[in-house]
Design a protein around this ligand. Structure first.
Ligand SMILES: Cc1ncc(COP(=O)(O)O)c(C=O)c1O
Length: 443
């Protein structure tokens, strides 16, 4: 049967009559999908099924929100049980203690845990907490790091022409959105990543006014860019010696890189950490955690953080089942996803080499991204902006759709291996990649 997406097309025509660009996030619309997106009807295991009945092997996994794939029976059972007994009570519950204890056990820096719903909520609360605790207004973020859609973070988070960015040592701040609160943006200091001297300079220039440094542990919103060896440890030391807090944004890496997140992998001890995505297995559960002394500032009358939906039973029942499965058998889940991720990355590299395609694959364990570039590696935001070809990646991802593989068509994002992926899935994907490359090269 030939590949048809006629129903998706018709659904998009209907969608734009009620929603801007036909949906609830611009990344799901024409900017990444072209004329119209694929409308997904259901997910099962490692697969997605669209409105036309096409089946896709899913490597996007809701941007890492599904460590056990779609509709895992234990998650379905947990959520069903929660719904049947009161999805949301907005009151104290034992499940909240249980999941907090689980996180405390898995992540030693989590002396205290506070639940939220999304990564954005967790990072915005973390910044407020840092400001409230230190009494200082500013924070340092890095070029190309995305911490959610809160005003304070939306500078130099998306790719911009490198010619508008100024000197690497003194980046020009470029707002990623209209309508931002300019005062919030003024208090955001932007620095290049993987460059400790630049951070030290920013701390010196703003001495006494910086509450925190916030960083992704592994860049995952500009393709995947790992930290230079020793870089995160250097950031930790700089934060300590300048008496500012280190906030590690593990929205992407948490419960994915290791049981204790990327802080376990790199041996880090952040002051505050944010989690999201993989924690809830598809349910909106996020958390920010940290040293008890800092987190105590959230007590009544201190730093305000509310939320009717915080710690919903539905999300926490899913989180408990998730963490039980992730830690079972001495955390075999992580070994499996690392094996699958690394085999797939090696396979892609082989395919690109054999087909003389100017593309590289960067990753850490289960997370990876393909970048069309003639550079041997991409180490920071500016190199990404200057040397990576997002249009070519998009065309490749669209061709993969036609061969039954679903990788994000958003060049700056990434793909991920989950527990339900198998070595056979890797082989299927590599065969599809060869076919997709042949098609895109022919165009
Ligand atoms: C590193 C990082 N932090 C925070 C967020 C925001 O999370 P959410 O989309 O759940 O608000 C994201 C989302 O992609 C992210 O990648």
């Amino acid at each position: 049967m030939s590949y048809s997406t006629a129903k998706s097309k018709a659904l998009f025509e209907r969608a734009v009559q009620v929603m801007v660009e036909g949906g609830s996030s611009p990344s799901r619309g024409p900017a990444n999908y072209g004329e119209y997106p694929l409308f997904i009807e259901r997910g099962q295991g490692a697969h997605l099924f669209d409105a036309d009945g096409n089946q896709y092997l899913d490597w996007m996994m809701a941007y890492g929100g599904l460590p056990h794939g779609h509709a895992h029976p234990r998650i379905v059972e947990a959520v069903t049980q929660a719904v049947a007994t009161g999805a949301l009570v907005a009151a104290a519950t034992e499940i909240e203690i249980e999941v907090a204890e689980f996180i405390q056990h898995m992540v030693p820096s989590a002396e205290r845990v506070r639940f939220a719903n999304t990564g954005t909520e967790a990072t915005m609360a973390a910044i407020r907490l840092a400001r409230g605790y230190t009494g200082r207004p500013k924070f340092i973020k890095f070029e190309g790091h995305y911490h959610g859609w809160y005003d304070d973070f939306l500078v130099n988070a998306h790719p911009h022409p490198v010619t508008s960015l100024g000197h690497r040592r003194d980046p020009i701040k470029i707002a990623d959105s209209s309508g931002l609160n300019r005062r919030a943006v003024d208090d955001t200091i932007v620095a290049p990543w993987n460059d400790l001297a630049a951070v030290e300079r920013a701390l010196e220039t703003n001495r006494g006014r910086v509450a925190a440094i916030i960083t992704e542990g592994i860049m995952s919103n500009m393709g995947v860019i790992p930290p230079h060896p020793g870089y995160l440890e250097g950031l930790r030391q700089l934060a300590r010696s300048h008496d500012v807090l280190l906030i590690l944004d593990e929205t992407v890496t948490g419960f994915r890189i290791a049981a204790g997140g990327c802080q376990q992998h790199y041996g880090l001890d952040p002051d505050i950490t944010t989690f999201g995505k993989a924690l809830g297995c598809g349910l909106p559960v996020a958390a920010f955690v940290g040293r008890a002394e800092i987190m105590e500032a959230l007590a009544w009358g201190g730093v305000l953080h509310y939320g009717t939906q915080n710690a919903s039973r539905i999300g926490l029942f899913a989180a408990r089942a998730n963490l039980e499965m992730l830690t079972a058998g001495d955390a075999e889940a992580f070994r499996h996803t690392w094996r699958i991720g690394e085999t797939l990355v090696a396979g892609f590299r082989r395919v690109f080499e054999e087909t003389n395609t100017p593309a590289i694959v960067q990753g850490v364990g289960p997370m990876f991204q393909i970048m069309f570039t003639d550079r041997p590696r991409i180490t920071d935001y500016r190199e990404y902006c200057e040397f990576v070809d997002p249009a070519r990646y998009r065309a490749f991802a669209h061709a993969l759709f036609r061969h039954g593989i679903y990788m994000t068509p958003a060049a700056a994002l990434h793909s991920v291996a989950s527990v339900v992926h198998t070595p056979a899935d890797v082989e299927t994907t590599l065969a599809a990649a060869r076919a997709a490359l042949a098609e895109t090269d022919a165009q």
